[in-house]
Write a protein that binds this ligand. Structure first.
Ligand code: MTE
Ligand code: MO
Length: 298
């Protein structure tokens, strides 16, 4: 069997990068920007996409609708200082600094598959913390049933927001059990570095068993509520984008099949991969949807 560069290069690069990073943090007088994160049993052993691929093929409509627009325009976004307003049904509402929500000593590496509703996919080595750990800091009240998220609204730095492409700010939501699930994280980095702006700096949601649009970027607001929150894509076109948006090869998008996917970077002649139920995370998450008609609650 012949391995292509994409089978071996990213991981090899990455391992040597990590060795380099470890050496830097050990010897540098001031701490480097590099992040260290402990590995997780939730990581896939599939080879991650390259940093190049992960940072140059993005969906982040605040910077334009083209896949290369975020890489071109997101550099202008000011991500420091940044705080996240946590409110609604919580014991300790307030403004939380990103460093307090995702402290260095709590960072985990989560290598997850990402499946976009547009039928392409990647494997991304995120760095972050369980969303549950963040919600516990604010103290979830027993009445809360859902978590609502909002992206920054700053048209000065986000040129896409000067046009009515979406109903800004971008909003998303999860049921509380989905939010508390150990696979659900807030990411603040990828590979060994802080999150590049085009990937949702400084803090973004990652829910690996759902279509990518649920994984909202550059979050400024988290609200605990007892009502199903508004979700941007769902509100725009409910027949195409469900609130749940669980990856499901058996429920097609009205305009295309969801049975297969194109792995970014696989090469022109690579075949498409079969899409897996819950993006391959069924064992961990299927029980949350027991008894639900997934063709109806897509
Ligand atoms: N705020 C915001 N978050 C967003 C989006 C967006 O346009 N705006 N796009 C979503 C979509 S459709 C996908 S597939 C993922 C892409 O994440 P990535 O660019 O880091 O791979 O981000 C999601 N989060
Ligand atoms: Mo997406």
């Amino acid at each position: 069997m012949k391995l292509s560069w994409s089978d071996v290069t990213p991981k090899a690069d990455w391992l040597s990068r990590r060795g380099f990073v470890a050496a830097c943090t050990a010897f540098a007088a001031s701490p480097a920007l590099a992040l260290t994160a402990r590995p997780s049993r939730f990581s896939t052993d599939q080879a991650p996409n390259t940093l190049e691929e992960i940072t140059n093929y993005n969906n982040f409509y605040e910077f334009g609708t083209g896949k290369e627009d975020p890489a071109r325009h997101a550099g202008a976004l000011t991500t420091d200082p940044w705080s996240v307003e946590i409110g609604g049904m919580v014991e300790r509402p307030g403004s939380y600094a990103v460093e307090d929500l995702a402290p260095e000593n709590a960072l985990e590496e989560r290598i997850y598959r990402l499946r976009c509703v547009e039928a392409w996919s990647m494997v991304i080595p995120w760095i972050g913390v369980p969303l549950a750990s963040v919600l516990e800091k604010a103290g979830v009240r027993p009445s809360a049933k859902y978590v609502a998220f909002e992206t920054l609204f700053r048209p000065d730095e986000m040129p896409g927001q000067t046009r009515p492409i979406l109903d800004w700010p971008y909003r998303e939501g999860l049921r509380l059990d989905e939010a508390m699930h150990p696979l659900t994280i807030l990411a603040t980095g990828l590979y060994s570095d802080p999150l590049p702006n085009q990937n949702g700096a400084p803090i973004r949601l990652v829910v690996p068993w759902k279509y990518g649009f649920k994984s909202i970027k550059s979050i400024v607001k988290i609200t605990l509520t007892d009502k199903q929150p508004l979700a941007t894509w769902n509100a725009l076109q409910p027949s195409e984008y469900g609130f749940y948006a669980n990856v499901n090869p058996e429920v097609n998008h009205p305009r295309w099949s969801q049975a297969t996917e194109r792995r970014i970077g696989a090469g022109l002649f690579a075949g498409r991969d079969r899409t897996l139920m819950f993006n391959g995370y069924a064992e961990q998450v299927a029980s949350m949807y027991a008894g639900m008609d997934l063709a109806k609650h897509y």
